[in-house]
Design a binder for this molecule. Sequence first.
Ligand SMILES: NC(=O)c1ccc[n+]([C@@H]2O[C@H](COP(=O)([O-])OP(=O)(O)OC[C@H]3O[C@@H](n4cnc5c(N)ncnc54)[C@H](O)[C@@H]3O)[C@@H](O)[C@H]2O)c1
Length: 345
Amino acid sequence: MKTFEIHGDTGSSVIRVGETLECLDKYIPPGNVVIITDINVKNFYEHKFPPHPVITIETGEKIKTLHSVEYICEELVALGADRSTFIIGIGGGIVCDITGFVASTYLRGLPFGFVSSTLLSQVDASVGGKNGVNFKGYKNMIGVFSQPQFVICDLNLLKTLQKKEVLCGLAEIVKHAAIGDADLFRYLEEQYQKALDLDMSVVGKLVYESIVIKSGIVNRDELEKGERRKLNFGHTFGHAIEKTTGVPHGEAVSAGMVIASALSVKRGFLPANDAERIKNLLRNLGLPTRIKGDRKMVLDALKKDKKRQGDRIYFVWLNEIGTAFVDRVPMGELEAVVEEHIDPL
Ligand SMILES: NC(=O)c1ccc[n+]([C@@H]2O[C@H](COP(=O)([O-])OP(=O)(O)OC[C@H]3O[C@@H](n4cnc5c(N)ncnc54)[C@H](O)[C@@H]3O)[C@@H](O)[C@H]2O)c1
């Protein structure tokens, strides 16, 4: 097992990569405990949960709403949860995001921890203290920064993931390598097939190195005033594509990274060969490098991006594989790119 620490203004978090769900009880403080999970994770793993009350939610982005928050709070009241209660989310990014939000707001905040059960949540969603829900169709519109006391990344849980969920996690790992670690990028280029086959020694290294990159950035900029924005590489277009085409997050981010790389080449920041390597790696992983969509809808979604300020938007650029920076880009420049990179329906 490897551990990392995040120390921020909103709390401290210990991330344990390679720890198992069976050992969860070791990390729970004495007192009342409530577990929050989703129906799939419960069906697969309830037999491994420690013996505490379980609140179960449905699955999918559509349930990441204040309505689910209300439901969980009602259940917490019914269970008599008080300020001494410890909350644990066992699941993927959706369970972790909702659990963190509920725990941070119920009774003005209860301590909480996560057992992260998808590749995406292990390398990304459960690390960094962003918790929240969607609102009126806008992703993560309502939320808080608040660190879980611990995150357990049990690699064994990944074996029951559907392939498309593995791909979502791999897209975020490519993102981390592209913005922060050229060696990790080379490793992915060499080992992509083993990553796809969930070879545990390869996946363990990818999860570990990804968390090194993300936790390092979060430690330097917990509240996303500057450097943390780098973690949005590929996500400006990715979110707009996801929202308007309905393709899975990982696929949308994959196409978004190709577009962001192309823009970086166009501006003269990134060598064309590096952009080609990014495209090839994504292609080898079976992720899309171009997407079909309604260009006008994609543009409208870009205009509503949370990172937009006036007619400019914060955008993540690459200098080379492993080095990124953030700067604002005029919306007009993005419009031209939509024409080039989104295929008409
Ligand atoms: N807070 C952050 O910093 C952050 C960062 C990135 C993404 N996110 C959020 O994460 C969410 C996506 O997370 P996700 O990709 O983990 O999706 P998810 O939580 O929906 O999980 C994907 C699917 O896998 C199932 N599942 C979970 N663990 C399983 C397991 N071990 N075996 C079999 N099935 C399992 C779930 O039930 C679900 O159907 C999005 O809402 C996104 O906004 C948050």
